[in-house]
Write a protein that binds this ligand. Sequence first.
Ligand code: ATP
Length: 317
Amino acid sequence: MKSAIEIRDLTKSYGDVRALDGVDLDVPEGSFFGLLGPNGAGKTTFINILVGLVRKSGGEARVFGHDVEADYREARDCIGLAPQEFNVDRFFPIREVLEHKAGYHGISQADAKERADEVLKRVGIHDKRDTRFDWLSGGMKRRFMLARALITDPDLLILDEPTAGVDVQLRHELWETITDLNDRGTTILLTTHYIEEAERLCDEVAILDSGRVLEVASPDELMDRGTDDIVVQLRDPPTAVPDFAADDDRVDAVELDGSRLVVTAQQGGLVAPDVVQALDRDAHEIVDLEISRTSLEEVFVEMTRQDEGRATMEVEQ
Ligand SMILES: Nc1ncnc2c1ncn2[C@@H]1O[C@H](COP(=O)(O)OP(=O)(O)OP(=O)(O)O)[C@@H](O)[C@H]1O
């Protein structure tokens, strides 16, 4: 599949700070791709290089085959960006702001008007079209940021924390709008601190830490790496239970607390039937069974914490 974003050995230094330290990444065309990382990992720097706000120190960055520096105009015209900060002209009615933006990208005045109406309707704030940005509520401001990113009908939509500070209802509405765009073929690059957001929306995520890509995988693949708890409630407290850990190397631990048995295992969904069979064989009656899966958040915290440990060890050696 063709790449919407193609990154090779990308570096960026701000003085002594190595914000990006040799990033290689391919974001497939049409995908919903998440860029996750703790504060200061380099996400905004990465995005700013793609849209030409920051100059890279080394390496290559292409958007739909266009080099972000040598072919800046072509690359930039493919991208719609909704940044974290509200960098909007506050004194004009929002529809005019959109028309100016469209004009800047070479869209005719008549088309710009039509598109402005269309995107304002799409994000649900068309009735506010004559209002100044300053007078919108926080949630409406977020919607407007998305509308502005969409005004050029971009092939690549970059969303930097698009739901920061919005209520649950609006978050769900924004998710729906973005998912719909992705279903129609727009490639999405999303950064977020709400790991649940990435888990729900993204086909693939890259975990970035200290300017390096630690991992690229689907949320499911990442969650498979964590351990799950298979919690079995038995009718009667057993005197002994099968030693699941000895028989199956996916099992990490077995704990018995009265009639409650907890088997901690990788790929809990696949281990659970074996647990049930073994208990059944030994005539233990099962009253209830629940599998609690590791969340992407737990895997993310574990991975980025391990990296911290590694960094400390590297310094100490
Ligand atoms: N203009 C700048 N001058 C100096 N250092 C900078 C500049 N911009 C970013 N940095 C540094 O580069 C590193 C990466 O910052 P960046 O903003 O890209 O991270 P981030 O992953 O977007 O963080 P956050 O999640 O907090 O927004 C940080 O150490 C930051 O302090």
